[in-house]
Design a protein around this ligand. Sequence first.
Ligand code: ZN
Length: 406
Amino acid sequence: MGKVSSKKLYEFRRTLEELAEKKGRGTELVSVYIPPDRQISDVTKHMREELSQSANIKSKQTRKNVQSAIEVIMQRLKLFPRPPENGLVMFVGMIPRGGPGTEKMETYVFEPPEPIKTYIYHCNSEFYLEPLKEMLEEKEIYGLAVLDRKEATIALLKGKRIEILKTLTSGVPGKHKAGGQSQRRFDRLIELAAHEFLKRIGEHMNEAFLSIPDLKGIIIGGPGHTKEDFVKGDYLHHEVKKKIITTVDTSYTGEFGIREVIDKSMDVLTEIDVMREKKLVQKFLTELIDKDGLAAYGEDEVRNYLQMGAVEVLLLSEDIKAKRAKYECPSCGYKMDVTVKGDEPRPCPKCNDQMKMVDSRDLVDDLVEIAEAAGSEVEIISTETEEGIQLLKAFGGIGAILRYRP
Ligand code: ZN
């Protein structure tokens, strides 16, 4: 995971997790997906139709809630003369906080990280999140190619989906027995044709892969040694070449070959992310053991170092579940920022009255913002490795590798 994309990915994943937890009492949570090329006026028109349709809903409570949700959507749509670049998603509905009567209207409106392809209106007891989940998967794109002297196929792996971009054939004939002078001439022609074919493959791969700046890596497969000749030779743009992760032997070319490449390199792909995370946490631990080492942990200490600009890399576990909240005392007006797990009440340190939470946000967002302002790198660490679990369990999920010891 890169530093910027891992943060955005984290935020998006967290939003999806939050939305997935919301359950309505009835089939009354409304989800709307608006593609970028859809006219807002068309959506408003559709909402008006849904509003009149909803008059047929039998349960009085559900009917009322669906109608309120649609009205909120129509209100919100007025804020958009047109959809943003990637379109717009809207999730609106009454969410119970406890027993009956505790429902509150919740509204989530945002632009997704990838363009929305299909217009969707969906009403159920849960929000409809599938298209967003797919986007999350598609964030990880790999380039694939499988080739020999006869055929080459170029493809993308987007999450779990394969997209075949191009299949090329060479027309290079197989070895041929002619004997003597003409055999040598014939062999030279074959070599030349093979070279031309590799050049063509290279051009197509450059074209396909240079246009994807986020491409995480490239894997090249094929039967025989042509793929090695291709990788060693001067066929690829240097930016494309440096993204090659590995080559794998396959029995086939074509789409079958592409599938073989994926099967054989799945472990490699997971390993790359995992190794990177392991290395970072190990570096942190090594620094920590050294008494003059450049490491810090725990929220207060790390926050302090972040604000001083002393943090080189901020390590945050993806499983930190805490909020940074602003509390205010209704009696004396005393204010303070605290990190909390839920919305537990706090006594005022001045007058001992019950303080109120007036604002809160994800602790990770809070720390990332300070880190970015100070020019520190941010790495979100999964709990898929022993090191990641250690970061979470032993250090509260917050660690830092320092630039210097203040
Ligand atoms: Zn007070």
